[in-house]
Design a protein around this ligand. Structure first.
Ligand code: MBD
Ligand code: FE
Length: 309
């Protein structure tokens, strides 16, 4: 069929009617968004001459994505989770909020309720043969003052790129910890260097990436939620210099300010005093939080999170 068969007026009218715009009941916000969404879907169908077969195949594909529990994976893959960050960044800028560590996406693999300890934690259970890594850092306010008692909630993949709870191969909460900063605002995590994450081979997300001529990999990364009373909660991650996928993250999570260079420690004395018998890695990740204030855009995202039993 040809494209552009239908007038904008016809599409607008149908979208408005389908969204219940002509009635006084229901939820005004849902109507507002539904009307625009339907209008745009109709436009795309008409502009691209989407066939009925193509349309129902897309419906099936979205259904499959949802049935697989993959919507949280698909959304960063198509750039929308990063887009939400860009909007929040801009809203903060316009509200005069600046100077904090930059945010990046949460992703779909957070598990709430990780063990909490003070000042330091060992995150790995010793079962992973990966390279030992110490992450240390300080949480500060924009004024440079350390924030004692901040909660640094860290999660990351193992040396195969798998997350505990999700991959079903690791102990509950392996590589997931909450650390409360000490009196100097500092935290130290002993863990192992993660590998990047790749979308599962049979996933709808990887299938779409292939159709788009893209890969479905993330560079290695370490996720953070950082919170402290009186400060704006921050969701972020860091990546590693030199990672193959650093600048082509399928999930658009890499930000230049969040790239950390691992220091390789090979000195025998240092290895011994770290309680180890082989070389290890050190990463430094300091965090600056901005002060909470009235009428600022919310940074805490209400989103379904699993809790490991
Ligand atoms: C991840 O580990 C991740 O952080 C994101 C955003 C998507 C898939 C896997
Ligand atoms: Fe991740």
């Amino acid at each position: 069929m040809p494209a552009n068969l239908i007038s904008k007026k016809v599409m607008k009218k149908l979208a408005a009617e389908a969204a219940g715009v002509d009635n006084a009941k229901g939820d005004a916000r849902v109507k507002e968004v539904t009307e625009r969404l339907l209008y745009r879907i109709m436009q795309v169908i008409d502009e691209c001459d989407v066939s009925m077969d193509e349309f129902w195949s897309a419906v099936g594909f979205i259904g499959k994505t949802a049935n697989n529990g993959e919507l949280g994976l698909m959304i960063p893959g198509v750039g929308i989770e990063h887009f939400l960050d860009l909007r929040l960044d801009e809203a903060e800028k316009r509200a005069g909020i600046s100077g904090g560590t930059i945010r990046t996406i949460e992703g779909p693999l957070y598990v709430a309720g990780a063990p909490l300890s003070k000042g330091e934690a060992r995150m790995d259970d010793g079962a992973d043969p990966g390279e030992v890594m110490f992450i240390s850092g300080q949480v500060r306010g924009e004024d440079g003052n350390p924030i004692a008692g901040a909660i640094v909630d860290i999660w990351h993949a193992n040396s195969k790129g798998g997350y505990s709870f999700i991959d079903g191969e690791q102990a509950p909460y392996n590589l997931r910890r909450r650390i409360e900063t000490d009196a100097k605002g500092c935290y130290v995590a002993r863990t192992i260097v993660p590998n990047g994450y790749g979308c599962p081979p049979e996933s709808a997300t990887r299938q779409l990436m292939t159709l788009l001529g893209r890969h479905a990999e993330r560079p290695a990364h370490v996720h953070y939620f950082i919170s402290a009373p009186g400060y704006r909660q921050l969701t972020t991650q860091f990546n590693f210099t030199g990672d193959k996928y650093l600048h082509t993250d399928f999930a658009f999570g890499t930000r230049d300010e969040l790239i950390v260079t691992l220091e390789r420690v090979t000195d025998a004395q240092e290895i011994r005093s770290a309680g180890l018998n082989r070389p290890f890695a050190r990463a430094r990740f300091d965090i600056v939080l901005t002060k909470e204030r009235a009428n600022a855009p919310e940074t805490i995202v209400q989103r379904e999170h699993v809790i490991a039993a």
